[in-house]
Ligand binder design. Sequence first.
Ligand code: NI
Length: 227
Amino acid sequence: MLTIIENILDDEQVLNFRQKLEAAEWTDGAESAGTRSVKVKQNLQLGRQNPLAVELGNIILRKLGNDPLFVSASLAEKIWPPIFNLYQNGGHYGTHSDAALMRLPEANMTIRSDLSATLFLSNPEDYDGGELVIEERYGAQPVKLAAGDMILYPSASLHQVTPVTRGKRICAITWIQSAVADASAREMLFDLDQSIQALTPDRPDDDPDIDRLIHVYHNMLRRWASV
Ligand code: NI
């Protein structure tokens, strides 16, 4: 399942992020790639401990925690501190899959990547290429979103970023360990939750059918979640 979450950041925040990031000290992204992906990765990155990456990453984490669609779709248990990437001058990231287990020594944290997320920070009209292409069950999906919007996609998928042939593509990426590891179970919970949310406004506060659906939702979550 691919989930687009619009307006994680508003226009003013995106502008502020971009101004700060364009003045930042970027390093070669290959430094943090695994032995196989280093051959296909050509981009720039902000070091994980760079104070600007930490500051902006924390803003994103707060936004995600308060976004009902993100919470419902991800059932996030742990979120990797966001990483910032810059692609320009043909920069790209060839087809690869993300590591299943990721270790953050400074926080003594290991996460299992269930979901990958890309938050677009550049306006799509300001660069050519730079599509995130995700290979899904039904074929390859090219994704290029408005600045401030995020896509959530399965970390198990093969994906790539096509070469940026004009302008700059800046984005933030992160990985999520979900409380529900099984993607199809997570998708059923998401569908049920979305329907409950859609039905609730038209029903009285004490509607017994809504109560029962919520009851079912939580019992399914209890069955499938591990925390
Ligand atoms: Ni990736």
